[in-house]
Design a protein around this ligand. Structure first.
Ligand SMILES: O=C(O)c1ccccc1N[C@@H]1O[C@H](COP(=O)(O)O)[C@@H](O)[C@H]1O
Length: 241
């Protein structure tokens, strides 16, 4: 059975690597240089980096040049997200050489464009399903954007290759992932799911590993690594066991 992929996160706000609580602007804890953080995860054995331009997601500017610098410095796979909502921002994201991009708001607000880029770029496109309960949230998670399962069915019918599912209520809280939500999403789609939000312990990673047969392909880990709840080396060992 394939092992759970781990994607350490580097979220960038105002040029700094930060973690938020519930994705709320103003709750930032800063962790310094995004490039240093990304290189540290790479040195620790990461195979993936989840790299987010939070300013672009919130609409408070962007960190596009810095994000491109980080993505280009990586020898590992990069999943890039935040503010990718039109042809220009998608082209800039793909030009960094990232492995795939993760679209959030666009999937809620410009579904025709998302269907078009899914058809053009295949598995280089993932869609982030960022939810409170079963209601999707866009624009920095500040606006409602429809029903999770209706949107999932639409995206499935358009050939979306992969979903990144975030329980906003768990994100940045170290309260454990929402396993029920992940099971329900996996039951509703045949496509792989990357879990995001709430990972707090190696046991959480083992619980997510138990969902690999159901369709959970990977897990984004943020706060737990920055707060040193465990090391990335320990996390990688836990999902290999
Ligand atoms: O990751 C976060 O903590 C986060 C918080 C608030 C908003 C967005 C966040 N993350 C990422 O942003 C993209 C969505 O960006 P957009 O809507 O496409 O502009 C989403 O995929 C999350 O990965």
């Amino acid at each position: 059975m394939p092992k759970l992929e781990l994607l350490p996160a580097v979220d960038v706000r105002d040029g700094q690597a930060v973690r938020l609580v519930h994705g709320e602007s103003g709750t930032e804890t800063s962790y310094g240089s995004p490039l240093e953080a990304a290189l540290a995860w790479q040195r620790s054995g990461a195979e993936w980096l989840h790299l987010v331009d939070l300013d672009a997601a919130f609409g408070t500017g962007d960190n596009r040049e810095l994000i491109a610098e980080v993505a280009r410095a990586m020898d590992i796979k990069v999943e890039l997200s935040g503010g990718i909502r039109d042809d220009a921002s998608l082209a800039a994201a793909l030009a960094t050489g990232c492995t795939r991009v993760n679209l959030g708001t666009a999937a809620l607000e410009t579904p025709e464009w998302v269907a078009k880029v899914i058809a053009e770029h295949g598995d280089k496109i993932a869609v982030g399903l960022d939810v409170r309960g079963t209601t999707l949230r866009g624009r920095g998670w500040t606006r409602d954007g429809g029903d999770l399962y209706e949107t999932l069915a639409r995206l499935d019918s358009e050939g979306c290759a992969r979903y990144v599912v975030t329980d906003i209520a768990k994100d940045g809280t170290l309260q454990g992932p929402n396993l029920e939500l992940l099971k329900n999403v996996c039951a509703a789609t045949d496509k792989p799911v990357v879990a995001s939000g709430g990972v707090s312990s190696l046991d959480d990673l083992r619980a997510l590993s138990s969902l690999v047969p159901a369709g959970v392909e990977g897990a984004i880990v943020g706060k737990a690594l920055y707060a040193k709840a465990f090391t990335l080396e320990e996390a990688l060992a836990a999902v290999s066991a």
